[in-house]
Design a protein around this ligand. Structure first.
Ligand code: FES
Length: 89
């Protein structure tokens, strides 16, 4: 659980260091697993800001190097398309 001295790891989703550590304690071993348990990395920046911090925490808690962490699954950028464009195609 978050406390007042907790560091924010994911600014977009307001996820703290203790929440990421709790996810690791529940068995998360990759940034994707932390993402599924906490939503860290699912925000507007799609993890560009927090991914490195999550990997550093995972590495430190799992006794690995941050370079050992697998990259998170990237999603294609999506944007709304007007129905008229689809109807005309
Ligand atoms: S800071 Fe984590 S998704 Fe943007």
């Amino acid at each position: 659980m978050a406390n007042n001295n907790d560091k924010i790891i994911c600014r977009c989703e307001d996820i703290t260091e203790s929440e990421v550590i709790e996810a690791i304690g529940k068995g998360a071993t990759t940034a994707d697993e932390v993402k599924r348990l906490t939503r860290a990395g699912m925000g507007h920046c799609q993890g560009r800001t927090c991914r490195r911090l999550i990997n550093q925490l995972l590495a430190s808690k799992l006794g690995q190097s941050p370079e050992d962490q697998k990259p998170v699954t990237q999603r294609s950028p999506l944007q709304p398309v007007a129905l008229k464009i689809l109807a005309d195609s």
